[in-house]
Design a protein around this ligand. Structure first.
Ligand code: C2E
Ligand code: CA
Ligand code: CA
Ligand code: CA
Length: 279
C-alpha cells in the first residue's frame, strides 16, 4: 500500500473487499518490479536422451521481491495477464533469455537453445515478430537458438493477427513448440496448419505413468503421432527414474523435470553445462 497515494487508496479500501486492495498493491509492486529489474530468469534443462546432452533451457520467470523473497509465476502471472503488464514482462523475459543464450553461445561453454513461454496477449500483438527480430539482432542470437512455447488454446484462436505472427516467426527461423500438450483440447487440426517443431507432453500425463495404464497409453500415442509428423517430443515434469526409463524406451526425444534438475539461476546453469562438458 505504501506505493499508493494515501487518500485515494483509503477511499477504495473502504468500498472494496480486501482482496481487491491486495491485488491493486500487487499490480503496483509488479509494475515497479518490471521497471526496476526485480525480475530474474531461472533455467531448467531439457535433456536430449539420444546424445545425453542438454539441448535447451526453458526460461522461467522469478520475482525477487524486496520483502517477500523469491516469488514464483503462480503468484503474479495471473495479475500480469489481467492488467496487461504481461506485455512488458514478456518482452523483458524474452530479452533477458536471449542475452543469456547469446552469452552461452559466444562466451561459452556451449550453444544452448533457450525456450521462452509466450502469453496469448503477446501473440495477439501485431508487432510481435518485429520485436522478436529486434531482440535477436541486438543480442546477436541466431533465430534457431530461440524457441517459443505456445499453448494449444493460442493455436485455436482463429485470429488473423495470431496466424500472421506465427507465419512471421517461422520465417525468422524461430522454433515453435506446443506446451502442455494434451490438456483441454480435442482438436488436433492446428498441428496440420501451423509450422510447429515440437510437442511438450503435459506433466499431468507423466505424474502417474507408473500407476495409470491409460496415461502410459496416451504418452505412447503422443510420441508415435509426433514422430510420424516429424515433430520432436519433450516430456515435462519427469521426477522419477521409472518415468525416465519408460520415456526412453518409447523414444521420447527430450525430458525435463526435477529428476534432471530444478530450474536454476543463470550462473548455476552455466556451471551445470560446464560440469557435464568436462566430466
Ligand atoms: P510451464 O510452462 O508448464 O512450466 C513448467 C513448470 O513446471 C515450472 O513451474 C517448473 O518449475 C515446473 N516443473 C519443472 N519440472 C517439474 C517437475 O519435475 N515436477 C513438478 N511438479 N514441476 C516441475 P514455474 O516456474 O512455477 O512456472 C509455472 C508456469 O508459469 C509455467 O508453466 C508457465 O505457464 C508460466 N510462466 C513461467 N515463466 C513465464 C514467462 O516468462 N512468461 C509467461 N507468459 N508465463 C510464464
Ligand atoms: Ca512452458
Ligand atoms: Ca508446460
Ligand atoms: Ca503446465
Amino acid at each position: 500500500a505504501k506505493h499508493l497515494g494515501g487518500s485515494c487508496f483509503q477511499f477504495y479500501s473502504a468500498e472494496l473487499p480486501a482482496r481487491n486492495t491486495d491485488r491493486l498493491r500487487l499490480e503496483n509492486e509488479l509494475r515497479k518490479a518490471i521497471a526496476e529489474g526485480q525480475l530474474q530468469i531461472h533455467y531448467q534443462p531439457k535433456l536430449h536422451l539420444a546424445s545425453g546432452t542438454i539441448g535447451s533451457a526453458e526460461a522461467l520467470v522469478r520475482w525477487q521481491h524486496p520483502t517477500r523473497g523469491m516469488l514464483l509465476p503462480g503468484e503474479f502471472i495471473t495479475i500480469a495477464e489481467e492488467t496487461g503488464l504481461i506485455l512488458t514482462l514478456g518482452e523483458q523475459v524474452l530479452r533477458l533469455a536471449c542475452v543469456q543464450a547469446s552469452q552461452w553461445l559466444h562466451k561459452g561453454p556451449m550453444a544452448v537453445r533457450v525456450a521462452v513461454n509466450m502469453s496469448v496477449q503477446q501473440l495477439r500483438q501485431p508487432q510481435l515478430a518485429t520485436q522478436v527480430e529486434d531482440v535477436l539482432r541486438t543480442t546477436g542470437l541466431p533465430a534457431s537458438l530461440l524457441e517459443l512455447e505456445l499453448t494449444e488454446s493460442m493455436l485455436l484462436e482463429h485470429s488473423d493477427t495470431v496466424e500472421a505472427n506465427i507465419a512471421a516467426l517461422q520465417k525468422l527461423g524461430v522454433e515453435l513448440s506446443v506446451d502442455d500438450f494434451g490438456t483441454g483440447y480435442s482438436s488436433l487440426a492446428y498441428l496440420k496448419r501451423f509450422p510447429i517443431h515440437s510437442l511438450k507432453i503435459d506433466r499431468t500425463f507423466i505424474n502417474e505413468l507408473d500407476e495409470q495404464p491409460r496415461d502410459a497409453a496416451i504418452v505412447r500415442a503422443i510420441i508415435a503421432m509426433a514422430h510420424s509428423m516429424n515433430l520432436r517430443v519433450v516430456a515435462e515434469g519427469v521426477e522419477q527414474q521409472s518415468q525416465l526409463s519408460f520415456l526412453r524406451n518409447q523414444g521420447c526425444d527430450e525430458v525435463q523435470g526435477f529428476l534432471i534438475s530444478k530450474p536454476v539461476s543463470a550462473s548455476a546453469f552455466t556451471r551445470l553445462l560446464e560440469s557435464r562438458l568436462y566430466s
